[in-house]
Design a protein around this ligand. Structure first.
Ligand code: ZN
Ligand code: ZN
Length: 184
């Protein structure tokens, strides 16, 4: 199987064991994108249209594990076998999936969900490093990370649900929240 040819639509692929596996439409990850945000985009991609993390868990054979990843819960840490199962289905290499996860030795803080509006304006995604425990500011922009909407103070939903990139309560775009971020 050629490494760089990814199917654009759901189609049948045959793995080494000659099991018939579904293949999902390929979605290009953003640099630093968290696996939660990526899986949400992957599911909503029109060729895939998977309604929930549960449905992705079902076709990967990973059950509730993918839902946990969407919630940014990585304890126990995703195993190589689990990442391979996802990789086979979506055409993203395991090494690339590891980049969407916290690096070894880094403690995650899954809540509150954090955001740098300036980063979001450049690339509309949630970055995994925003959830590192000690991370209080964006190192690229020297701005404090936000934990809630700057207008109505609604906390951000899990990144898998960031479909429109706006506050779920008042619809303020994430990219506009940069105005209220604290400068360091
Ligand atoms: Zn930033
Ligand atoms: Zn709001």
């Amino acid at each position: 199987m050629a490494e760089n040819t990814f199917p654009q639509k759901t189609e049948i692929a045959i793995n080494e064991d000659y099991d018939i596996l579904p293949r999902l439409g390929y979605v290009e990850p953003y640099p630093n994108e968290s696996i939660s945000h990526y899986m949400g985009r992957l599911r909503r991609f029109k060729a895939n249209s998977l309604p929930s993390g549960y449905s992705l868990g079902k076709i990967t054979g990973l059950g509730a594990i993918t839902t946990r990843w969407e919630k940014l819960y990585f304890n126990p840490f995703p195993s190589l076998e689990e990442l391979k199962a996802l990789s086979n289905l979506i055409g993203v290499e395991v090494e690339r999936l590891y980049e969407m996860l916290p690096s070894k030795g880094v403690t995650m803080k899954p809540r509150p969900i954090r955001l740098c509006g300036a980063c979001y304006a450049e690339a509309p995604c949630h970055c995994i490093e925003w959830q590192f425990k000690e991370k209080m500011k964006c190192d690229r922009h020297q701005l404090g990370l936000l934990t809630k909407c700057t207008n109505c103070e609604t906390p951000f939903p899990i990144p898998a649900d960031w479909e429109l990139g706006v506050c779920t309560h008042c619809s303020l775009p994430f990219a506009k929240m940069v105005k209220r971020q604290k400068r360091y």
